[in-house]
Design a protein around this ligand. Structure first.
Ligand code: NAP
Ligand code: ZN
Length: 356
């Protein structure tokens, strides 16, 4: 597989060779660590809806074979000679990015996710070292530039901390950017992996949180997670009166009527999309014009901000609500995720791959 000069070793993984095929065991190559690299034995990997979108080529850019997984927790098993941030035995995390140019305006500002040269994602990006695509965390080991490795607070359960690496930072970053805090009324649309983290984080930041869900059965959980109000979005009566929210975070993975949620944004307020459905979402001009409303988007978060989020979660004892699975159950887990039947993030115990 390796066509460059870099030395590699084989690693067990789980992935797919085509959009319509189930995930299955694969063997991939990992580079021999360079002096700046950290080699990580993967213990847990969260299952993000982006893994499913990518495995099934719903965003139309998947290169096969595809090994998803970007909510990685593991232990450092070796470090390169010039690594000074980590040592063997450290509990670490890797999120959605493994590299960037580390030199452009955005990278210098800690916004590596908006790197002008394009960030290198943990999976399905051109690998800087090997002339193949990057492979994600549904595997036994990963080798990452130390600047893209995160420190995990010791008081957090490692399995439940895994989803912080994507679901956590993807919701924390826009909540901070749009200054969510005491005195602000915010909305969260969709109680999935991202949505349930947004509820916990916004509550911990001191905001008043209104949750919009299509699932009546999730109402009690939403309140337990930190919501102040829950709106059943399929009930026309409950959706009628605008809640006049300062900020709404939309974390929905599928086609939905965005105008119904813009209706709940107050004058000069913002609705930001983090959910990335396959098809475009039509926005009516008159959903935005009358209240001078803002319609925005946000992508994960930078490395320094990801560490800030992890430390915030350590301080506030925040982790994800997880259901631990074996890698052999990943295809059933994808089907359940499509039905919104997850409480509220699947996390793979990677021992199941090593032992297989
Ligand atoms: P998830 O766990 O599957 O949650 C999605 C939730 O959306 C569901 O639980 C459901 O919540 C709601 N939903 C589903 N279908 C719906 C519909 N037709 N109408 C209204 N609501 C619906 O997914 P996730 O992992 O949280 O990811 C959510 C989205 O964010 C995905 O598209 C993912 O690719 C994207 N994402 C973006 C970034 C970024 O950087 N921007 C990062 C990670 C993920 P209820 O049952 O409560 O309605
Ligand atoms: Zn993700």
């Amino acid at each position: 597989m390796n066509m460059s000069e870099t030395l590699t070793t084989a690693a067990k993984a789980f992935g797919t060779r085509e959009a319509s095929a189930p995930l299955q065991p694969l063997t991939i190559e990992r580079r021999t660590p360079t002096p700046r690299d950290v080699e990580i034995d993967i213990l847990y990997c969260g299952v993000c809806h982006s893994d499913l979108h990518t495995a099934r080529n719903e965003w139309h850019g998947t290169v096969y074979p595809c090994v998803p997984g970007h909510e990685i927790i593991g232990r450092v098993i070796s470090v390169g000679a010039h690594v000074d941030k980590f040592k063997v035995g450290d509990m670490v995390g890797v999120g959605c990015m493994v590299d960037s140019c580390q030199d452009c305006e955005h990278c210098k500002q800690g916004l590596e996710q908006y790197c002008e040269a394009g960030n290198i994602q943990t999976y399905n990006s051109p690998d800087k070292h090997l002339s193949i695509q990057t492979f994600g965390g549904y595997s036994e080991r990963v080798v990452v530039d130390e600047n893209f490795v995160l420190r995990i607070p010791e008081n957090l359960d490692p399995a439940a901390a895994a989803p912080l690496l994507c679901a956590g930072i993807t919701t924390y970053s826009p909540l901070r950017h749009w200054k969510v805090g005491p005195g602000k009324k915010i909305g969260v649309v969709g109680i999935g992996g991202l949505g349930h983290m947004a509820i916990k984080l916004a509550h911990a930041m001191g905001a008043h949180v209104t949750v919009f869900t299509t699932s009546e059965r999730k109402k009690a959980d939403a309140l337990r997670l930190g919501a102040d109000e829950v709106v059943l979005s399929t009930d026309i009566e409950q959706m009628k009166l605008s809640r006049k929210l300062d900020f709404v975070l939309d974390a929905v993975s599928a086609d939905h009527d965005i105008n119904a949620y813009l209706h709940h944004v107050k004058t000069d307020g913002t609705l930001a999309l983090v959910g990335a459905p396959e098809k475009p979402l039509p926005v009516a001009a008159f959903s935005l014009i009358p209240g001078r409303k803002n319609f925005a988007g946000s992508m994960i978060g930078g490395i320094a901000e990801t560490q800030e989020m992890l430390d915030f979660c350590g301080e506030h004892q925040i982790t994800s609500d997880v259901e631990i699975i074996n890698i052999q159950e990943i295809n059933q887990a994808y089907e359940r995720m499509l039905k919104g039947d997850v409480k509220y993030r699947f996390v793979i115990d990677m021992m199941s791959l090593k032992d297989a």
